[in-house]
Design a protein around this ligand. Sequence first.
Ligand SMILES: NC(=O)c1ccc[n+]([C@@H]2O[C@H](COP(=O)([O-])OP(=O)(O)OC[C@H]3O[C@@H](n4cnc5c(N)ncnc54)[C@H](OP(=O)(O)O)[C@@H]3O)[C@@H](O)[C@H]2O)c1
Length: 317
Amino acid sequence: MTSEILAAPPVALGTWAWGDSGEAGDGYFGSRLTASGLREVVDKAQSNGFTLWDTAAVYGMGRSETVLAQALKGHARGEYRLSTKFTPQIAGDGDDPVADMLERSLDRLGTDHVDLYWIHNPADVARWTPHLIPLLRSGRIRHVGVSNHDMKEIALADQILGEAGFRVEAVQNHYSLLYRSSERAGILDHCRAHGVRFFSYMVLEQGALTGRYSPARPMPEGSSRAAVYNGILPRLQTLTDRLRAIGDDRDASAADVATAWAIAKGTTPIVGVTNAGHIDGLVRARGIELADDEIAELEALADATGVDTRGSWEHGM
Ligand SMILES: NC(=O)c1ccc[n+]([C@@H]2O[C@H](COP(=O)([O-])OP(=O)(O)OC[C@H]3O[C@@H](n4cnc5c(N)ncnc54)[C@H](OP(=O)(O)O)[C@@H]3O)[C@@H](O)[C@H]2O)c1
């Protein structure tokens, strides 16, 4: 079965940080985002062919979806694709909490369908996966994927969907130079072998791999990402210096190289863009071809940092 998701652009755009914007304040990321700035991000992304937008009901408790819809106003629905998620931890207690959460997402997103719908995590695969089937049949969701699932959980979801003639079409896991558990667990190979698209999230480690942040210039004080990353920034210096040097040879930045690495590994990065300049970076990243020895060197430097950036919401792969 071919899937239009397999033909998606080489990079998807992530909007978790957008849930922090405006009145919601500086929650997880501590970023100051404005409606006009995000509108610029959308316009520039769309005109450069980056048309797949990833969000979740839980990002800013709906705010990311609302802000994304506002920023996309003026673009025809056929020109972009929407990816959002069912998060088991915020499920309601109605007859069909998946359908209910989807309806609220559709409402905030101002659309009658989602192109790619995810079960956000494997809290209870057997319980939640079957709820996707009627939504696929009705066309409210066009394709489905699973996020933060290990091999066994992917197989179980695939079996449940398979019995109804559908399948897991995409996997979305944390995957960066610093966090390669999905590769080590064979999930990347599995996806390649079965024509399942692997979306890598946090390829920039929420900014820690961009070289923008350092002990002298830490992440925004009081934000959740600062609590996770500021303490390990000194150990990342050699890696980010090397990313920057490889980028210098190609008129690109450290972030562009970190993104190009994830593309070179056969994955589709979901990059959490927060300003229009980041789109220029994605244009550069999709044109960068890293040599095998550069990839090996970056991975060795990443391993040498000895850091573990597994998210608090993630389990081992
Ligand atoms: N399924 C899941 O459980 C899950 C979990 C996490 C994330 N995700 C998805 O994956 C997306 C990406 O993850 P993320 O946003 O957490 O982290 P990320 O993409 O690793 O990093 C995003 C941060 O990096 C900076 N940045 C972005 N693009 C840049 C560029 N081209 N050059 C330099 N800096 C750049 C921005 O920081 P500044 O604003 O400070 O510059 C931004 O907030 C999320 O938005 C979400 O859609 C999914």
